[in-house]
Design a protein around this ligand. Structure first.
Ligand code: NAP
Ligand code: MG
Length: 402
């Protein structure tokens, strides 16, 4: 069988620890034998980020703007312990944060569903994708403890010096106060990324805030979404047979629980933080969550939602056997290859991505899986494989399908 040709390279962002090990196995066993893989390689492993003063992260994000599609391995976000472990020059910033800032993107997280692992919520037949706004609100708030009686006001001083004031509270006792903000361009980018991704995946988009209580702040989010939808996306949504649906956040939560799934749920920063953890654990496992960063211009960066699986890596280094789940990392590759195939008009590449996903899921459905899934499956007669043998088992299934 001849290998599938590619036209444009994928931006390949290598990473750290156990996921770096998975990365190589996946390429060697599941990609290179079947695809004439074209990538522009960026080593975002912590050692190389340190050597390049983190320039490699910036370069990889710029390359994503140039080519349109990237695939990223999980990377270490340094903390004090990592600075010591890797003898770093600096506590470099989170690569995901750097890339997101350059692409101005929104992260969409979706569970990978497989027969034999049923979500806690029985009526969720299809995945629910969460989009979290990644700027502002409580994450960039200024706070104060109020020691005793006194007035707190919000003061806006315009560039020309004119002032506008509103009373926050006339305190009669001690208390606390918080000032939050957001930016119209950031809300607009968030909205455009959500509408773009909804069209791309042909899924209805939900958005919810508390605009009945927050008549200026949250209402602005609602208005920005509605204006951009009406001006730029309504006709395209109608043509695609999908909807944009706005409701109150508490109503959205209640409806999500009763839904069948199969939609995108756009959340403000805090709601997305909280709800994405609820959804991922209710769907089964962090090792079965994909993540894609979508910029308002339509650049895509695919990755797994989990981290570098440090604990498994240390076992691996000690020569012990590991059973690390590669599914989300495989789906990062298939997501990127499918998108590249669609953009470049190479249907064989998109079909290969479909088949590799199918082979991965069929392998699990046949009872062959990693340890984390064996612990939560309701399938009987399960065979637990180690990291490398599970990937080889997927290859055998894939060769059968191809
Ligand atoms: P983690 O890598 O997601 O792993 C936490 C635990 O979840 C693991 O110890 C393991 O549980 C389980 N797990 C996660 N992925 C798994 C997989 N594929 N297969 C099997 N089990 C899996 O989170 P962490 O250990 O807190 O973070 C490690 C490093 O990852 C940190 O340096 C952090 O900065 C980085 N990180 C990177 C990203 C990213 O690049 N997007 C995201 C998050 C964290 P058991 O140990 O119980 O088996
Ligand atoms: Mg959280």
């Amino acid at each position: 069988m001849s290998k599938i040709e590619m036209k444009t390279p994928l931006v390949e962002m290598d990473g750290d620890e156990m996921t770096r090990i998975l990365w190589k196995y996946i390429k060697d066993e599941l990609l290179l034998p079947f695809v004439d893989l074209k990538t522009e390689y960026y080593d975002l492993g912590l050692k190389h980020r340190d050597e390049t003063d983190d320039q490699v992260t910036v370069d990889s994000a710029e390359a994503t703007k140039k080519y349109g599609v990237a695939v990223k391995c999980a990377t270490i976000t340094p903390n004090a312990a990592r600075v010591e472990e890797y003898n770093l020059k600096e506590m470099w910033k989170s690569p995901n944060g750097t890339i997101r800032a350059i692409l101005d993107g929104t992260v969409f997280r979706a569970p990978i569903q497989v027969k034999g692992i049923t979500p806690c919520v029985k009526n969720w037949e299809k995945p629910i994708t969460i989009a979290r706004h990644a700027y502002g609100d409580v994450y960039k708030a200024s706070e104060m403890k109020i020691p005793g009686p006194g007035k707190v006001e919000l003061v806006y001083t315009a560039a020309d010096g004119t002032e506008e004031r509103v009373l926050v509270h006339d305190f009669k006792s001690a208390g606390v106060v918080q000032g939050q903000h957001n930016l119209i361009p950031s809300i607009e980018s968030f909205a455009r990324s959500c509408f773009t991704y909804a069209l791309d995946t042909k899924q209805t988009l939900w958005f919810a805030t508390k605009d009945t209580i927050s008549k200026k702040y949250d209402h602005t989010f609602k208005d920005v979404f509605q204006e951009i939808f009406d001006m730029e996306y309504k006709e395209k949504f109608d043509a695609a047979g999908i909807e944009y649906f706005y409701t109150l956040i508490d109503d959205a939560v209640a409806r999500v629980m009763k839904s069948k799934g199969g939609f995108i749920w756009a959340c403000k920063n805090y709601d997305g933080d909280v709800m994405s953890d609820m959804l991922s654990s209710a769907f089964g496992s962090l090792a079965m969550m994909t993540s894609v960063l979508v910029s308002p211009q339509g650049f895509y960066e695919y990755e797994a939602a989990h981290g570098t699986v440090q604990r498994h890596y240390y076992k691996h280094l000690a020569g012990e056997e590991t059973s690390t789940n590669p599914v989300a990392t495989i789906f990062a590759w298939t997501g990127a290859l499918r998108k590249r195939g669609e953009m470049d008009g190479i249907p064989q590449l998109a079909e290969f991505a479909d088949k590799l996903e199918k082979a991965t899921l069929s392998t699990i459905e046949s009872g062959v899986m990693t340890k984390d899934l064996a612990l939560i499956t309701e399938l009987e007669n399960v065979t637990v494989k180690n990291t490398e043998d599970f990937i080889k088992a997927i290859r055998t299934t894939l060769e059968g399908i191809l």
